[in-house]
Design a protein around this ligand. Structure first.
Ligand SMILES: [Zn+2]
Length: 334
């Protein structure tokens, strides 16, 4: 007779009292008590008449004298879910680094009324590793679960995506009103940042005098270099280099589509490479360190302005809009 493989420790315990069989045919030998304590669903399930009762009429498979309960989850999902249910002394909380894993486990936790587990998974789902890659999918899940802080955090991370994002599977979970709110938020963030382009007073305030920005003015070695000068831009009443002006123009253009600190770091990286390829000794000599310091200032300003923009989310059943101010401590977008 076919005997499915057993799951790994601690789900292979010889004294377990029930077997859960995953959809891909793996047997998890588990203790009813742990699952019953974690979930009223399991408690009710295990309190049903035992399959060995002859009058139930159900033919239930037994293995080593234990009833086998088939479940719809695959072994990967079930393994994570059960580890969340078991005591910490028997197994640590498994890492959830991929959206798909976390999402499947979350759905299963909901199905089995594992409230505490659901909470723990939500926290695990909204970690930077997942948010950086799957912010829109996280937004969809958080919004659907009415998790306010996580919705804001995911919206903030979604500024790394283009204003009109590519299709993603969970878009079906998002209402048109919520999607409109997200797009509006994204566009407002993009517009808010343009004030930094209109005036460079924030740069002058930070550096205090032109001697601190000689690299922008094409005088990194004290004397002026031969690089062409800016057409419009001015800094401390001086003409910056043309490459710096072009870098700023291109960065503000990119920020309209992806209004976040991450965009700045990308543009800075590109510019450093480009300047190094040029033949100007003066401009390229110390470019990485001065540009990276400038990136930190620029990114800080972007974070400040973005954090003032509200996410206009409509709450179901309420008239009007609830504004979510996006001040969530750990929502780093750099
Ligand atoms: Zn130069």
């Amino acid at each position: 007779m076919f005997r499915p493989p057993s799951a790994s420790s601690p789900f292979d315990h010889p004294r377990a009292d029930v077997v859960l069989r995953s959809s891909d045919n793996m047997d998890f030998r588990v203790f009813k008590l742990f699952l019953s304590l974690a979930s009223p669903f399991f408690e009710a399930l295990f309190n049903l008449p035992q399959p060995s009762d002859e009058n139930t009429g159900n033919i239930v498979e037994m293995i080593d004298g234990l009833p086998v309960v088939p479940v719809l989850e695959d072994s990967g999902t079930l393994d994570i879910l059960l580890r969340f249910c078991y005591p910490r002394t028997l197994t640590p909380i498994p890492p959830l680094d991929h959206f798909k894993n976390a999402f499947n486990v979350l759905e299963a936790a909901k199905k089995y009324s594992l409230d505490e587990v659901e909470k723990a998974i939500c926290e695990a789902l909204f970690n930077p590793k997942i948010l950086e890659v799957d912010s829109l999918r996280c937004f969809a899940v958080a919004r659907r679960a009415r998790l306010r802080d996580q919705t804001i955090m995911a919206a903030k991370y979604s500024l790394r995506e283009p204003l009109i994002p590519e299709w993603f599977e969970e878009i079906e979970l998002v209402t048109a009103a919520d999607l409109l709110a997200l797009l509006t938020y994204h566009q407002k963030c993009g517009s808010a940042l343009q004030q930094l382009h209109v005036s460079f007073s924030w740069i002058e305030q930070h550096y205090q005098n032109q001697n601190a920005v000689l690299w922008i003015l094409g005088k990194a070695t004290g004397r002026g270099c031969n690089c062409p000068r800016a057409k419009v831009a001015k800094l401390f009443d001086n003409q910056p280099t043309l490459w710096w002006e072009e870098f700023m123009d291109a960065t503000f253009q990119a920020l309209k589509d992806k209004p976040c600190a991450h965009t700045i770091h990308e543009m800075i990286e590109k510019t450093i490479q480009e300047i190094r390829r040029r033949s100007c000794q003066s401009c390229s000599s110390n470019i990485a360190s001065v540009m990276c310091e400038f990136a930190d200032l620029f990114a800080k300003k972007v974070e400040e302005l973005v954090s003032e923009v509200e996410l206009p989310l409509r709450l179901s059943g309420e008239v009007g809009y609830q504004f979510y101010v996006s001040k969530v401590g750990s929502a780093e977008t750099s």
